[in-house]
Design a binder for this molecule. Structure first.
Ligand SMILES: C[S@@+](CC[C@H](N)C(=O)[O-])C[C@H]1O[C@@H](n2cnc3c(N)ncnc32)[C@H](O)[C@@H]1O
Length: 191
């Protein structure tokens, strides 16, 4: 299954050009919920993960703000195209099937997931946040052919019961019939 999936995304990226997408609205709109990248415990820089990054517009945006960014995707074509550019600022690029190899527990201060939905991964994503870490999630509620990839009403916050919701919003479908939900949610701090 994951070989078929990888081939599908490799083919799509082989023909889609190199342009860097802007950051997702969940990041630009709720940027105030990001931690200061320079003030995280004893670390030099806070770690941010762009999971299923595609062209990594989110990762680049976070790197420009000073985060130590990891960007992972199942598609070797897209990761190679990011590696070929010297200006992404992304410190750690990896071809990684996140279903087989989810992020390790307690490993990122920020995780961003956009336009990717794998419900069985949600618990691992929440556990991968460090205490006080923030999740930024944005994906479709309407407008895709495969209903498995669409969020149901109120589903996005319910997928992360162990996190505290800070922002949750949904859109009305646009002219193309597409709409997305956005969530910012935070792990409990140690204190
Ligand atoms: C619709 S694109 C979204 C890309 C990017 N996050 C964005 O918002 O532009 C979905 C991405 O998920 C990646 N993907 C699909 N299954 C994956 C998996 N199991 N592990 C890692 N990446 C995966 C695809 O290669 C593709 O880049």
């Amino acid at each position: 299954m994951s070989d078929t999936l990888r081939a599908k995304w490799d083919a799509r990226y082989a023909y889609s050009g190199d342009s860097v997408p802007p950051p997702a609205e969940v990041l630009s709109r709720y940027a105030a919920a990001l931690p200061d990248p320079r003030q995280i415990g004893g670390r030099l820089r806070a770690r941010a993960l762009d999971l299923a990054c595609g062209r990594a517009g989110n990762g680049e945006w976070l790197a420009r703000r000073g985060f130590d960014v990891s960007a992972w995707d199942i598609s070797r074509v897209v990761i190679d195209s990011l590696r070929a550019r010297s200006d992404t600022g992304i410190a750690h690029l990896a071809v990684r099937d996140v279903i087989k190899h989810p992020p390790e527990a307690d490993s990122f201060e920020v995780i961003v997931v956009t336009r990717f939905l794998e419900r069985r991964l949600c618990a691992a994503i929440a556990q991968a946040l460090t205490p006080g870490g923030a999740l930024f999630y944005q994906t479709f509620t309407h407008g895709l052919d495969n209903p498995d990839y669409l969020l149901r009403e109120g589903e996005l916050p319910a997928l992360f019961p162990m996190l505290k919701v800070e922002h949750y919003s949904t859109q009305q479908p646009n002219a193309d019939g597409r709409a997305e939900a956005m969530l910012v949610a935070r792990a409990a701090s140690d204190a």
